[in-house]
Design a protein around this ligand. Structure first.
Ligand code: SF4
Ligand code: SF4
Ligand code: SF4
Length: 294
């Protein structure tokens, strides 16, 4: 191969690498806003008494199979301590020195969900009311959604030959019938309430203003991880309750910005691969021409 060809390839390769690294190539993906009419829940941990009525109601409303025993061996009825393929909703207890709080865990119905972004064939999607729903017919069981969820919510049905992903879908089957999510319907303390997220946020801020001594001065979910349609109030630091510190940018906003940057940088390598193909074709042609020459 002549020096000219090597120089050309070197130039193209350098151009491709530079294009991939060039500042400004990767454009930040725009922030997603709360969809119109977004539905959600407000859970106020200071009102929760840990009765777990919501856990049993969730179990029944979603036909999640037999009641799950606790894993501490105390034989408590339907008292799961972690989310599983049988359990879309749990109540956990945080206790340390003189601090104590219950915390409810279920899907947060993120405004910009990592699970939706990671699901390559759209089995998980944000639908009406911003509810993040799941379609088993589309799911290939790759479990990327599990890795992508910053709240560790989706669970996989390991025990069946046709496994599916299990997570709270805000009881969308009940909402479609004009009802409200089972957990909100049965809570005897009104610790978890259902409504439009925008209105729930106003209510949460009203409570914060009315009783500042009772609460950590923040509505968790207003901005966290790009915002969630399920909001939390608590009297104990949210980190202690297992709600992660996520910053205001959603993980898809970051990952899709990086991906798009890389793919844009691939424009030049595509030119490089085309040039390489042309060189290979010419080399083969030269070789066969030489072979044909007596
Ligand atoms: S909490 Fe997890 S599973 Fe629920 S919408 Fe957000 S990323 Fe998806
Ligand atoms: S909204 Fe429905 S599925 Fe979600 S935690 Fe409440 S009862 Fe369970
Ligand atoms: S039903 Fe209400 S008070 Fe009882 S555990 Fe659930 S959220 Fe807490």
């Amino acid at each position: 191969m002549s020096m000219d060809r090597r120089d050309m390839l070197k130039g193209l390769a350098t151009g491709g690498a530079l294009a991939a690294l060039a500042p400004g190539v990767a454009q930040a993906r725009e922030r997603k806003e709360l969809p119109d009419g977004a539905l959600g829940m407000l859970y106020d941990a200071t009102l929760c008494i840990g009765c777990k009525t919501c856990v049993t109601a969730c179990h029944e409303a979603n036909e999640l199979g037999p009641a799950t025993q606790d894993s501490f061996g105390q034989g408590l009825y339907d008292a799961p301590d972690r989310l599983s393929s049988d359990t879309k909703n749990i109540i956990q207890l945080f206790q340390e020195d003189d601090e104590q709080s219950f915390v409810k865990r279920q899907c947060m119905h993120c405004i910009d969900p990592g699970c939706v972004s990671a699901c390559m064939i759209g089995a998980l999607q944000k639908r009406e009311g911003g509810i993040v729903t799941y379609e088993i017919d589309k799911c290939v069981g790759c479990r990327y959604c599990q890795i992508a969820c910053p709240f560790n919510i989706p669970k996989f049905e390991w025990e069946t030959p046709t496994p599916k992903i299990v997570k709270c879908e805000l009881c969308n089957h009940l909402i479609a019938q004009g009802q409200i999510p089972a957990c909100c319907d049965v809570c005897p303390r009104g610790a978890v309430i259902f409504g439009k997220t925008a209105e729930l946020l106003v209510e949460a801020k009203r409570r914060l203003e009315e009783s500042p001594d009772k609460y950590v001065p923040k509505v968790y979910g207003e901005h966290d991880g790009g915002g969630t349609q399920v909001l939390y109030l608590a009297g104990v630091d949210f980190g202690k309750l297992g709600l992660p510190a996520l910053g205001e940018q959603s993980s898809p906003a970051l990952s899709e910005t990086v991906q798009h940057g890389i793919y844009q940088g691939f424009v030049a390598p595509v030119v490089l691969y085309a040039a390489l193909g042309a060189v290979l074709w010419r080399n083969r042609k030269n070789l066969s021409d030489e072979e044909d020459t007596p």
